[in-house]
Design a protein around this ligand. Sequence first.
Ligand SMILES: Nc1ncnc2c1ncn2[C@@H]1O[C@H](COP(=O)(O)OP(=O)(O)OP(=O)(O)O)[C@@H](O)[C@H]1O
Ligand SMILES: [Mg+2]
Length: 233
Amino acid sequence: MTPAADPPQSQFAELAELAGGFIHEFKNHLSTVGLNLQLLAEDFGTAETHRERRALERVQRLQHECDRLVEVSNDFLRFARIRDLDLRPTCLRSVIEELVDFFAPSARQANVTLTTYLPADLPLVSLDADLFKQALLNLMLNAEQAMPQGGELIVQACADNGGVRLDLIDTGLGMTADQAAQVFRPFFTTKPGGTGLGLATTRRIAEAHGGTIEVESDPGRGTKFTVRLPGAE
Ligand SMILES: Nc1ncnc2c1ncn2[C@@H]1O[C@H](COP(=O)(O)OP(=O)(O)OP(=O)(O)O)[C@@H](O)[C@H]1O
Ligand SMILES: [Mg+2]
């Protein structure tokens, strides 16, 4: 099957609005379900008979499923609701440094050596810093998850055509050409607990900034994601 082409922007916006509204409504009901399950679990908290213990187990399984649905819904809302950007001329270097500081403890724990090459004289980019950090964090988390035994993650930036080019290079599991061709598609995932919206969201964020994202990967050796952002006017 050939992958479907992306719908034009206006169609996407309309669909995203509709789906976002639906998910929002869905989450309201889900929170009522979650609350009632919590009350039920408390009722069975002092389960004595075999039957009661089994009922408690089932309630807890449903609670777990309910939490998962909330998580998927939040991922979806983050993906669908990328619209009004708060763009300001920004020094990408300080944005990345802040994020790297935030991510460093997690990298250390995962045995990942985090190295940055961030020149001081990068051109300013027109950025919604909070949104862009979300995009970068998705890339860093994926890199960490691709290195279950630890490894190296390099984050490097350089001036590129009046804008900035950013590379994230990991020494992880890598992926086949077939996988690499699909990674930006919503819901594509190879992880048991994954939603598959991380990279779709990252790509939408890069594109909402007038930028691009590409991937190159070598199975067993590692992966490089390249983000390009145009310079601030
Ligand atoms: N750095 C990487 N190295 C190897 N494979 C990767 C890397 N980044 C992404 N992938 C592949 O791309 C898939 C999609 O990534 P994406 O971030 O969109 O979803 P996910 O990580 O599976 O789930 P989540 O929604 O929790 O982020 C991953 O499941 C993995 O197979
Ligand atoms: Mg991910």
